[in-house]
Design a protein around this ligand. Structure first.
Ligand code: UD1
Ligand code: MG
Length: 452
């Protein structure tokens, strides 16, 4: 059986007061519409159709080929929006799931239950409803004396008595496709707003003696639709709690989940401890047994196992195992720290590889460099990699000892076992096992290297 989702995303989102289309606002680091597309994946068999209107170009650009799109212009209501997908879908699907792109908390499992309900339904519609004290402006579900669904009445036209009804229309529907295409044509234009309401399809089914099934959801949170920035914050906080809960259930310790900000795409291994006030963003993958935070920001990075990251920032960086970093270390794009690297306070590394066992304790900048195993980078060392026009590489061998406050003027190669005296300004390559001092540094003696 073919099941296709239609995602409604054409509305203006006026109350967001934003230049950005509403469905592109981020929740847990991903546009709202990404969450909606994720949720429909499990219960549908075909590529979804997104109805776009306001900000259509931007929304289409974001989705590229993850969905088909149809343009709704002008926007004449939810029924009219669904109608726009008919030419694409007629004859190509058995069931149609309709939901809104501004409900990022709606779970895939819930939509799956809705589709299952409709598969078993002899009638043409199943809908999602919820019983809640706060009606949030949602349509009310009217039921017949026998408990069956009779109609949906929008809040602004509901009688005072109907307004008291606590069962609400969430905005998730599953339709028999053939019935839907025929019925959409019969939906009357709403006299007050001049729109075609999808919700009127329910009454049309009931009038024809066909059954409408309702799946009453238990989790009110899932039904929150975003219309304002206040709703956005509410959804963000609920999504954060949900993501954190999932990580905790799979073995991650969080000292204070409320101050732990992990985006939707992050992967974390078991026995990793996340300390408070830590932000883990983007495409980040973290292994097992790490201690991260407090006060750290990690974006688009990969971290091995048993690392410690204290009050530090990493972006586009890679840590192997047992790295000890911080406090106040900064790794920028292309930084790669090998096993057992120690990077202390106020260091910055960019586009560089520090091989296993490198120590860089304090106040250094390493850029466009390759550093060999067990080399020690003294406090205040700087790779002077930029001449105002170009970046130049620095290659430092293994077992090198760079004295405090050394300036390494790139391009430069420093041989294995070399040493620089404190305050050296190195402008020429240093051969293996050579001690250089001064400014500019010059060779003063040949060294004996300790055998390991
Ligand atoms: C709708 C329902 C209401 C339900 C509520 C849940 C109708 C008539 N009412 O009301 O019963 O309780 O959702 O949130 O359906 N959209 C389009 N094109 C349009 C109009 C809307 O794509 O022409 C999209 C919007 O972008 C939005 C969604 O459809 O994602 C819902 O539209 P909205 O105007 O917010 O409907 P509500 O008034 O909230
Ligand atoms: Mg709405």
């Amino acid at each position: 059986m073919k099941v296709t989702a239609i995602l409604l995303a054409a509305g203006q989102g006026t109350r967001m007061k934003s230049n950005l289309p509403k469905v592109l606002h981020l929740v847990a680091g991903k546009p709202m519409i990404w969450h909606a597309l994720e949720a429909i994946k499990g219960s549908t068999t075909e590529k979804p159709v997104v109805v776009v209107g306001h900000g259509a170009d931007e929304v289409k650009k974001y989705m590229s080929d993850s969905a088909q799109t149809v343009l709704q212009e002008p926007q004449l209501g939810t029924g009219h929006a669904v109608m726009q997908a008919e030419s694409l879908l007629k004859g190509n699907t058995d069931l149609v799931v309709v939901c809104y792109a501004d409900m990022p908390l709606l779970r895939g499992e819930t939509l799956q239950k809705l589709v299952d309900l409709q598969r078993a339904n002899k009638g043409p519609i199943s809908i999602l409803t919820v019983v809640a004290d706060d009606p949030r402006g949602f349509g009310r579900i009217l039921r017949n004396a026998d408990g069956s669904v009779q109609a949906i009445v929008e809040e602004y036209v509901a009688t005072p008595e109907q307004q008291l009804i606590k069962e609400l229309n969430v905005g998730g529907y599953c339709f028999d496709a053939n019935w839907l295409w025929d019925t959409l044509k019969r939906i009357p234009k709403n006299p007050k707003k001049g729109e075609y309401y999808l919700t009127d399809a329910i009454e049309l089914a009931v009038q024809s003696g066909l059954s409408v099934q309702a799946l009453v959801m238990d989790d009110v949170q899932e039904t929150i639709g975003v219309n304002t920035r206040a709703h956005l914050a509410e959804v963000e906080s609920a999504m954060r709690a949900r993501i954190n809960q999932q990580h905790m259930l799979s073995g991650v310790t969080m000292i204070d989940p409320a101050s732990t900000y992990i985006e939707a795409s992050v992967i974390i291994g078991k026995d990793t401890v996340i300390m408070p006030n830590t932000y883990i963003h983007g495409k980040t993958e973290i292994g097992e047994g790490n201690i991260i935070g407090p006060n750290s920001i990690i974006r688009d990075s990969k971290i091995g196992n048993r690392c410690k990251i204290l009050s530090s920032v990493m972006e586009g960086a890679l840590l192997d195992d047992d790295v000890d970093m911080g406090p106040f270390a900064r790794l920028r794009k292309g930084a790669h720290l090998g096993n057992h690297v120690h990077m202390g306070n106020f260091g910055e590394v960019k586009d560089s590889y520090l091989a296993d066992g490198v120590k860089m304790g304090h106040f250094s900048y390493i850029g466009n460099a390759q550093i060999g195993e067990d080399t020690n980078i003294g406090a205040g060392t700087i790779t002077c990699n930029y001449d105002g026009e170009k970046k130049h590489p620095t290659e430092i061998g293994r077992d090198v000892f760079i004295g405090s406050d050394t300036m390494l003027v790139a391009p430069l190669k420093i041989g294995d076992g070399a040493r620089t005296g404190a305050g050296s300004v190195v402008t020429k390559n240093i051969p293996e096992d050579t001690l250089v001092v001064g400014m500019p540094a010059r060779a003063i003696k040949k060294l004996e290297r300790k055998q390991k």
